[in-house]
Design a protein around this ligand. Structure first.
Ligand SMILES: [Ca+2]
Length: 202
């Protein structure tokens, strides 16, 4: 019985290892994890998080949640908001080649791929067209993604685009985003399972 349990455990551990190979990872959930903060480009005070299908928002003058950016409006500024958002997850690059990424945002935004700052679109701003990154050479498969954004008063919007190697331009679609557990989390789960089996066998 104990050996059978152990065999099941190692089979499950093997499946987890396969899943942890990002190049072939099965999607656990589409979209990105969006976390919202108070303050302008301030990342120390998360207010709430939720899964969001795309980075494609136009909040106009309205805060994304009563808990963030809530200050009394004035006659000059209908929305006196200072708040920030961070989207994290993985992006699926459909084929190896050169990609460009674009922001259309009010206010600033930053793009990180594989933990490198690839596009600095920061500062208080009010875009009237899409601004594109330099071309980035990317291999097919999943890459870690992080987009930081903040709003400083009045209008608030952000669209996150890509330009594919074949020239197609679009807002990055829902099915390009993945949520995959961190390898560290998977290792801890595997170690926890092993510890439980050892305890039960004693
Ligand atoms: Ca603004």
């Amino acid at each position: 019985m104990g050996q059978k349990t152990l065999a099941v455990f190692f089979f499950v551990a093997l499946m987890i290892s396969v899943t942890a190979n990002y190049g072939n990872a099965a999607p656990l959930q589409g979209g990105l994890l969006g976390t919202y903060y108070n303050g302008e480009a301030s990342w120390n005070d998360p207010v709430f998080s939720r899964i969001e299908s795309q980075i494609h928002f136009n909040w106009v003058y309205v805060s994304p949640d009563p808990g963030v950016g809530t200050q009394e409006p004035t006659a000059t500024y209908p929305s006196l908001s200072w708040w920030s958002a961070r989207w994290t997850g993985w992006i699926d690059i459909p084929s190896t080649g050169e990609y460009q990424f674009g922001f259309f945002s009010d206010d600033g935004a930053w793009l990180y791929i594989d933990e490198n700052l690839e596009f600095d679109h920061g500062g208080r701003r009010h875009d009237e067209w899409i601004w594109w990154s330099d071309p980035i050479q990317l291999d097919q498969g999943l890459h870690s993604l992080r987009v930081d954004y903040f709003d400083w008063i009045t209008l608030a919007y952000i669209d996150f685009h890509w330009r594919l190697p074949d020239g197609t331009e679009e807002i990055v679609p829902y099915n390009a985003f993945y949520q995959v557990p961190e390898p560290a989390t998977l290792s801890l789960l595997a170690l926890g399972g092993l510890a439980m089996i050892r305890r039960r066998r004693k």
